[in-house]
Design a protein around this ligand. Structure first.
Ligand SMILES: Cc1cc2nc3c(=O)[nH]c(=O)nc-3n(C[C@H](O)[C@H](O)[C@H](O)COP(=O)(O)OP(=O)(O)OC[C@H]3O[C@@H](n4cnc5c(N)ncnc54)[C@H](O)[C@@H]3O)c2cc1C
Length: 338
C-alpha cells in the first residue's frame, strides 16, 4: 500500500521522493542513467574543474519555498550569471541586449545579430515559425544592467555542486535508488502509485506519434591558459553550427588552477541525432506539438502521475521543477489523508 515508484532521479523525481519518504512512504527511485541528478548532474574533470555534463545550470529563483527546501541539502555560493555575445570582429558585448550593446550594434540590428541566428540553429526553424514565448525569454533592456537574470532574489550555485546536493536529497532510510535501470510497465503492479518523469510519448509507445525535442551535442576542450573569457558564457552570433561556449572556471567553486581552463561549446541538433537525449520540447507557433501532447495527457491512468519536463512536455527551469514537485507531493499526501 505504501510503496511508491519514481522514474527519474532528476529534480522532479528526487524532490517527490524526499517529500514522500519523509511522509512515511517507501520509495524506490530508478534511473536509466548511471548517475543521479538528471540533467543537472555535475562532476569534476581530470583537471579538477567542475563540469555540468548536460550544459550550464545556473540556479535562480524568487520562490522562497523552493530556496528553503533546497537549502536543507546544500550551502550556496553567490553567483550572478553574466553573458556576452561575440560579434563577427571578436568584440564581446553584453547579453541580454542592454543600452550599451544596442549602441554598439544599432537598435535596428538587434534581432538579426543576436536573436535570428541563435534561435534558428537552436530550433532548426525560421524565426517566424518559433513561438514568441521563446524569443521573449531574452528581453532587451534600456539601462546598463549586465545581469542575465536581473530580477531573481536568489542567484547562487550549490557549494559542493548539484550532484552532492542530490546525494543528500536522496539520502533517506526510506529511499532506495537503482541506477542503470530502464522503466518497464510490468513493474507498476508492485507499487501503490508511480511518479514518472520519463518522456510521456515513449511511455505510451508513441501511439499518437513522437513529440519532437531539440538536443545539444557538447564538445569539451582544455586550453593551457589561466582564463580565456571575462564571463562564464559567450554566445556566438555567426551562422556556424555552434551556439555558445561555457568557460567553467568563471563560475565560482568550479576550479581555480591557473595552468588550464576547460571550455564546452554546444551544437544544437535533433534528439534523434544525439542518442535520444531530449532537452528542449519544441514549441511551434501553431501549437501542433502541444496538441499531440494533450492526447497523451488525457489518457486515463490513475496509477501514474507524470512529472517534470519530459512527463509534461514543457521547458521548466530547476526552481519550477522543484516547486511543481513540492505541489504534486503535497496533493498526493492530502489525498491519502482524506
Ligand atoms: C542545456 C540545458 C541547460 C539548462 N540550464 C538551466 C539553468 O541554467 N537554470 C535552470 O534553472 N534550469 C536549467 N535547465 C533546466 C533543468 O535541466 C531542468 O529544469 C531539470 O533538470 C529538469 O528536471 P526533471 O527531473 O524534470 O528532468 P531530468 O533532469 O531530465 O530527469 C529525468 C530523468 O529521468 C530519467 N529517465 C528518462 N526516461 C527513463 C526511463 N525510461 N527509465 C528510467 N529513467 C528514465 C533520465 O535519465 C533523467 O535522469 C537546463 C536544461 C538544459 C537541457
Amino acid at each position: 500500500m505504501s510503496r511508491i515508484l519514481i522514474v527519474g532521479a532528476g529534480f522532479s523525481g528526487a524532490v517527490v521522493a524526499r517529500e514522500l519518504a519523509e511522509a512515511g512512504f517507501s520509495v524506490d527511485v530508478i534511473d536509466k542513467r548511471d548517475h543521479i541528478g538528471g540533467n543537472a548532474f555535475d562532476f569534476e574533470n581530470e583537471h579538477g574543474i567542475r563540469i555540468h555534463k548536460y550544459g550550464p545550470h545556473l540556479f535562480h529563483t524568487s520562490n522562497e519555498k523552493v530556496f528553503r527546501f533546497l537549502s536543507r541539502f546544500t550551502e550556496w555560493i553567490p553567483y550572478r550569471h553574466r553573458v556576452k555575445a561575440m560579434l563577427s570582429d571578436g568584440r564581446l558585448v553584453t547579453l541580454p541586449v542592454n543600452r550599451i550593446t544596442k549602441e554598439i550594434v544599432g537598435a535596428e540590428n538587434v534581432v538579426d545579430t543576436f536573436i535570428r541566428p541563435y534561435s534558428e540553429k537552436m530550433w532548426a526553424l525560421p524565426l517566424e515559425k518559433i513561438s514568441p514565448d521563446i524569443i521573449n525569454r531574452v528581453p532587451v533592456r534600456d539601462d546598463e544592467n549586465e545581469d542575465y537574470f536581473p530580477d531573481d532574489i536568489y542567484q547562487c550555485m550549490p557549494k559542493d555542486g548539484y550532484t552532492a546536493m542530490f546525494e543528500r536529497i536522496l539520502s533517506h532510510p526510506k529511499i532506495h535508488v537503482q541506477l542503470n535501470t530502464v522503466f518497464e510497465r510490468s513493474r507498476e503492479q508492485e507499487y501503490y502509485h508511480v511518479f514518472n518523469s520519463m518522456p510521456i510519448d515513449e511511455y505510451y509507445d508513441f501511439q499518437f506519434g513522437p513529440l519532437p525535442y531539440r538536443s545539444l551535442k557538447f564538445h569539451h576542450v582544455n586550453i593551457p591558459a589561466p582564463k580565456i573569457f571575462p564571463v562564464s558564457q559567450v554566445n556566438f552570433t555567426h551562422n556556424g553550427p555552434h551556439t555558445r561556449v561555457v568557460e567553467w572556471k568563471n563560475i565560482p567553486g568550479h576550479g581555480d588552477k591557473d595552468i588550464i581552463t576547460s571550455l564546452t561549446y554546444e551544437e544544437p541538433c535533433d534528439y534523434k541525432e544525439n542518442n535520444n537525449e531530449r532537452y528542449y520540447p519544441v514549441k511551434d507557433n501553431d501549437g501542433i506539438n502541444r496538441a499531440v501532447y494533450n492526447q497523451y495527457r488525457v489518457i486515463d491512468n490513475p496509477k501514474v502521475t507524470f512529472i517534470g519536463r519530459l512527463g509534461q512536455y514543457v521547458y521548466l527551469d530547476m526552481h519550477q521543477c522543484v516547486n511543481a514537485a513540492l505541489v504534486v507531493a503535497e496533493q498526493f499526501k492530502q489525498k491519502q489523508n482524506k
